[in-house]
Design a protein around this ligand. Structure first.
Ligand code: NAP
Length: 255
């Protein structure tokens, strides 16, 4: 394939939560544009299966599946060490791993708060902090954080999730300011309601009610998120940093 169709050839991307859903679609899209990939998730079987499928589809690509819990500093440290050991650099860090533990605040257990903040927000701090040294040394890098429109709008039953996603937006703004002078661009993508295991777990009535509020009148696909992530990693996004871009069918227009 010609290099113009492989704009990310020779570049190395770390994608967290790459075993399924949006993260799996991001890994696939970046691989299709030529990137080598490190695929992280807690379940080793999941990332190994995703990695094997990508290796079959893209025989010229290089893939490293790593069992990693982003909420653990030591686990992320090992992920970054193994990445640099194998690929000698980190061009893109895609912070996609995330969980929900929904409950109304009066019923929310402390563990439900702690687990979501640890995975969704501390996880992003851990990966950014541990990839930053390498990116600053390179004087280049792109970080894309997957937040949510819930971080902009709030959502009843999701104070933990909304706080974690709002935190990612503030982290993105601050990190973009810190790292701009060293050539590292930091942006966030805010999906709306996307068809994955995370949303499949919702009751049908709640899914229907949610879809009715979307101006484009349908649920989004993971590939509609991964297309933007690939753009933000590519040459066309060289003057974009500290931005939060919604991909939500219009759900949060004006926010
Ligand atoms: P998903 O289908 O549940 O997949 C989540 C992925 O994250 C899996 O690969 C999972 O693998 C991994 N993961 C979870 N906790 C982790 C941890 N502590 N460390 C490392 N990996 C972890 O979710 P999704 O719908 O694709 O969502 C992906 C991201 O998009 C999340 O950040 C989510 O908040 C965000 N988002 C989703 C939607 C939506 O409508 N789906 C909307 C807005 C934002 P393991 O379980 O094996 O670790």
């Amino acid at each position: 394939m010609s290099d113009s169709l492989m704009p990310l050839k020779g570049q190395v991307a770390v994608v967290t939560g790459a075993s399924r859903g949006i993260g799996r679609a991001i890994a696939s899209r970046l691989a299709s544009e030529g990137a080598d990939l490190v695929l992280g998730a807690r379940g080793v079987d999941g990332v190994e299966a995703a990695s094997a499928a990508l290796a079959e589809e893209y025989p010229d690509g290089r893939f490293l599946p790593v069992g990693c819990d982003v909420s653990s500093w030591d686990s992320v440290s090992e992920l970054m060490d193994r990445t640099v050991e194998k690929f000698e650099k980190i061009d893109f860090l895609i912070n996609n791993a995330g969980i929900t533990r929904d409950n109304l605040v009066m019923r929310m257990k402390k563990e439900e708060w702690d687990d979501v903040l640890a995975a969704n927000l501390t996880g992003v701090f851990n990966t950014c902090r541990l990839a930053a040294r390498q990116m600053l040394r390179q004087r280049a890098g792109r970080i894309v954080n997957i937040t949510s429109v819930v971080g902009l709008l709030g959502n009843a039953g999701q104070v933990n999730y909304a706080a974690s996603k709002g935190g990612i937006i503030s982290l993105t703004y601050s990190l973009a300011r810190e790292m701009a002078s060293r050539g590292v661009l930091v942006n966030a993508v805010a999906p709306g309601f996307i068809e994955t295991d995370m949303t499949a777990a919702m009751p049908e009535a709640a899914r229907e009610a949610m879809s009715e509020g979307i101006p484009l009148a349908r649920i989004g696909k993971p590939e509609e998120i991964s297309a933007l992530v690939a753009f933000l990693c590519g040459p066309g996004a060289s003057y974009i940093t500290g931005e939060v871009i919604r991909v939500d069918g219009g759900l949060a227009i004006g926010c």
